[in-house]
Design a protein around this ligand. Sequence first.
Ligand code: GDP
Ligand code: CO
Length: 392
Amino acid sequence: MLLELPKHAEIFGCVKFHEIQKVLKFESEAFESPLLKGITKDEMDEVLCRMVVVVPVKNEKLHLLDGVLRSIPTGCDIIVVSNSQRGENDIFRMEKDVVSSFHRVTKHPVAIIHQKDPGLGIAFKEAGYTEILDDTGFVRDGKAEGMVIGLSLAKSTGKDFVCFVDADNYIPCSVNEYIRLYAAGFIISQSPYSMVRLHWKYKPKVMEDRLYFRKWGRVSEITNRYLNLLISIHTGFETNIVKTGNAGEHGMTIKLAEIMAYSTGYSVEPYQLVYLLEEFWKGETKFKEAVNSGIEVYQIETMNPHVHEDKGDEHIREMLLGSLSTIYYSKLANDMIKKEITEELKKNEMIKRKGELKKNRILPPIKGMNIEKFVETLLDYSETLTMLSKEA
Ligand code: GDP
Ligand code: CO
């Protein structure tokens, strides 16, 4: 793969946000200049083998899940975390069928588990991570909760990287690109604490009778604007560095993923940036090793357009509210930014009055969790975990 190297980065304490990088070619010889990096297939394969891909899914079309699984590069382990419907119309069972036939034919290692598995509730409790549980002892609904399940299982594999891809993707090959871009970011990175966030140039829409490649996207623009403002009010310099506030697709080294906090609802991705700034720029973090190594955030623009399920206006609304809430309630926000967010939401008719914005619940880092205990308990009590290895 031939990739632009970031020409510019902004530094906030030990956190470095790199400028957007573009992919110039999917395949390349080994090559290195100050502006470009050529990554060979062998180099890429080596990193892919150290990667776990987590696919959160909730009632998506089975066709889409199937396409996503089949375009994940060889070498990566896959963990599907489903919160899909059970009962009479058992979508989870159908997903399990999709996963099994994928494995039967390809022998690609894959695991699937249901978010409401009572074993997960018991395992998280035993491991000392109760923040993810509801009053009845089950894991709560939500994508962030699904991600934390995936992350906990990924950590137990001993691999180095955890990456996320959504299950509602209409272009299977774009998933293959996403995962290779994560790997490319980890190859470029000098730090064991790194994150790669993807930026889509286009989100095509069908307009009348043709495909229109619309520059993405409105919520994203607003979220990025306020994240940048949050930075600017502290540095005194206007910035545009954040381009991936709502980057649904991202990957991290496990070392970074386990010291991150996760915001619930539809705000997990913007909150990651807020958290990094709060914890490692202005805050007194307890994660000193990360401070010494430095944390790198890469933003890479994909070649493939992003086409996913249209979940409607209410979903967009939830996303904007969730995203702006993480900024509004940040320790770094001042009265000026809070006022601007309130005005923005009123203008978009999202809220009527000041103080109506809901605060997101935050899941703490899993670093303190006892992973051995978690896995041991899960294996004892799980009702839905299916693990299909290379040999099976
Ligand atoms: P968007 O793409 O960020 O607008 O949000 P989506 O609704 O497409 O969600 C992203 C991914 O998370 C999709 O694959 C969803 O099926 C999945 N997802 C949504 N809610 C949940 C949940 O409660 N649990 C799990 N495990 N996955 C979820
Ligand atoms: Co989606």
